[in-house]
Design a protein around this ligand. Structure first.
Ligand code: SF4
Ligand code: SF4
Length: 365
């Protein structure tokens, strides 16, 4: 397992986490086994926007003995008081649901307390007006909630709430389909979505990724907007390549699926390479560097994806990215204009030209 640090909280979080939408379906014994396998495999970050309230006692049984080594993101607005998942903006209902979750998880604190499912600005207004936000802040003040999170699919709503609530973590839906405007939660244009990735990186807000497979759409050629199936591993790599992303949270239905997710680190670079989506004509990703590094190897040893990522972040005003760029052993100044990357890039990026631009704007070594 590899880990990334949330710069706002200092938490060291596994690149692969676990979502909880389906695990309860496995039944208690299998779910407990799956969760323990996840933990033993290095997963330390668990999202608890569960498909059903039955999930919580399963987590409690599986992980209460390692509670201090794991992180839970718990959603204020997800209501399990009647078993099934429900969405509520009622303060008393949320209070009851949070108390139930804590009891069943056998814990007395929440690592990330989430402003849950804010897809419209009116959701944020209701969340505040109904006192749910005050309740979340009250628990933060008491130390029961350690950090604040936000979950949303909608870039313009995210921007507003980040400006007003300054969360420590964002749960955002990330996959190539949504970035290209395809799929149920493909909210926002590509530029707006890129702005969110860059804003989070700049402010040190970690992104935890929901829906990395677009509900399975990315994994099935017959329904994928790219006409080709990606593997779960390619989707995970795509999300992890986005600025700001700390952890990807795929769901699993049983222990075998958890084990399969953990095989991510056994895959070769070729197996993780998702650049096949760049061969599809007219994709919105065409002409933009997505940092996939398919164009490697550069004869000068330039990490082309990373140089481009730091450059884009620097152009968006990220001073830290500028510093990171300067510490790279090889950067755009080392480019000899051989054109190898141009011929290799499936996204049609004129990378050698871009290297000249990067050199000019980021300065000499
Ligand atoms: S230039 Fe193309 S192949 Fe190279 S990292 Fe960027 S998008 Fe990927
Ligand atoms: S054009 Fe520059 S960046 Fe691209 S492969 Fe050649 S030396 Fe590397």
């Amino acid at each position: 397992m590899k880990f990334r640090v949330n710069r706002k909280t200092g938490d060291r979080i596994s690149e692969i986490g676990l979502g909880s939408a389906y695990l309860y379906e496995a039944g208690r014994e299998e779910a407990v086994k799956a969760l323990r396998t996840a933990y033993e495999g290095g997963i330390n970050f668990f999202d608890l926007a569960a498909g059903h309230g039955d999930s919580f006692p399963m987590y409690g049984e599986a992980l209460c003995h390692v509670r201090e080594h794991i992180f839970y993101q718990i959603h204020f607005g997800a209501d399990y008081t009647n078993g099934d998942y429900g969405w509520s903006m009622d303060r008393e209902t949320v209070k009851r649901s949070v108390a139930k979750m804590l009891k069943e998880l056998r814990t007395d604190y929440i690592d990330y307390g989430f402003i849950h499912c804010q897809d419209e600005l009116s959701d944020w207004e209701s969340f505040q007006k109904n006192g749910v936000y005050d309740y979340l802040l009250e628990l933060k003040q008491k130390g029961i909630v350690r950090h604040i999170g936000l979950s949303s699919h909608t870039p313009h709503v995210i921007k507003t709430i980040i400006a007003e609530a300054d969360p420590d973590m964002l749960m955002f839906s990330v996959n190539p389909g949504y970035d290209c405007g395809e799929g149920e939660y493909a909210h926002g244009e590509l530029n707006e979505r890129n702005e969110i990735y860059q804003l989070c990186e700049k402010k040190g807000i970690g992104i935890s990724v929901m829906k990395p497979f677009s509900g399975g759409q990315m994994l099935d050629a017959s329904i994928s907007p790219f006409g080709t199936a990606l593997t779960p591993y390619q989707c995970i790599r795509y999300a992890l390549d986005k600025p700001g992303v700390l952890t990807v949270l795929p769901g699993a239905s049983d222990e075998a699926e958890v084990k399969a997710l953990l095989e991510y680190y056994d895959k070769t670079d070729e197996e993780l390479d998702y650049s096949v989506i760049g061969t599809v004509k007219n994709t919105k990703l065409h002409g933009r560097c997505v940092y996939c590094n398919h164009c490697k190897p550069c004869p000068m040893g330039i990490d082309i994806g990373l140089v481009n990522k730091y450059y884009d972040l620097a152009m968006a005003g990220d001073e830290l990215a500028k510093e990171h760029y300067r510490t790279l052993e090889k950067n755009a100044c080392d480019c000899i204009q051989c054109g190898h990357c141009d011929s290799r890039c499936p996204f049609g990026v004129k990378q050698s030209e871009r290297m000249l631009e990067i050199r000019d704007r980021m300065g000499e070594k």
